[in-house]
Design a protein around this ligand. Sequence first.
Ligand code: SF4
Length: 383
Amino acid sequence: MFSREFEEARRDVWALRDAPPGADLIDEASIGDWRLAGLLWHPELGHGSDFDQCLLRRAEDIRRRLHGDGLTPISPLYVSSICQEQCVYCNYRSGNRGVEVVRLRLSQDALEREAGFLVGEKGVRLLELVYTGDPGLTSNDMARDISVVRRVLDAHGGGGVGVNGPSLSELDYRRLREAGADFAALWMETYDQGRYRRLHPGNTPKSDFGFRLDAYDRMFAAGFEWIGMGVLSGLADWRLDWAMLLRHEAALASRWGRRVAILGCPRLKPAAGALLRRSRFTPSDRQFRLALAVHSLFDPHCLPFINTRETWDLCLDLARGGGCLFTFNCATAPGGYTGAVAGAQFPSGSFDAPVARRRLKAEGFRFHSGVPFTSPFASARRP
Ligand code: SF4
């Protein structure tokens, strides 16, 4: 379990920060070498110099060789906006008494309608079921939701469904996998334990930092082949968070012999009812692109989950070379696709699938449909 080696990992990352590697590592490192994170502290990083260009080009080349500009459309499907958590950066925090939020939980019929809209009308074949910390929903309910979405997908020729929600027990993750979930995702938010405590106050399930850290081990233990992890850039020092993420992924690869399949890359945006709306820690667009490029060198098989918190142009830049999940239609309120539901978890765009497909095709991208993941085994060679 990673919580047991957390202190050691933190010391490793600080040592890397104090003595970052030279630019040679861009060409020399092999897949899974988490020392690549040291490039985030390279003195030339982020200034628009040749160093930045070299890093971005190298990452794009590797992705193109491996993925051939192929990407996979995905859409989130929110199941609930009821939440017992107090994440200070989120509109759905329980202390928000109605600022741009209507609290509701989807019925099975409503869930089927939402899935039918995305799959049948918009042609999106990979759905992410999104759960808040809703105390009224158990893993049995989530398993039933997965079956509903699977039925809809099967009626339209197949596809994939995954779950992104609270950190669960191994037994709960097993239940989701057996119900037919293709992936389980969870964003760590931040690896800065002190900040984590202040950002997630109270005595709720999410306030347990160690339990969240170990969720990825429990996903693998439960038999998930495809798991997603990431940090919410902007909650704490982004360089330390991204470096810890790589260190954590490397630890999982050595323990389980499997790579992480999905890279969550949300960036802090001001949500209407949040207490924390801006932060001095948020990376600039350029820094954000470079962080993703470093991750691509670390593991080009892992698919960044490009999300509509970002502008179309930045999404395009992040997707260059392919090998990513690209969010098309996006509603962050339950029922937001087929009902007139007010509110949102955070401000985001929504790229309507038919238009987005045309625009991306014109940019040279190709599309995968359904479950796009390659071998989960950690030893894949660098292309
Ligand atoms: S981030 Fe998730 S768990 Fe936290 S308040 Fe928002 S919906 Fe709830």
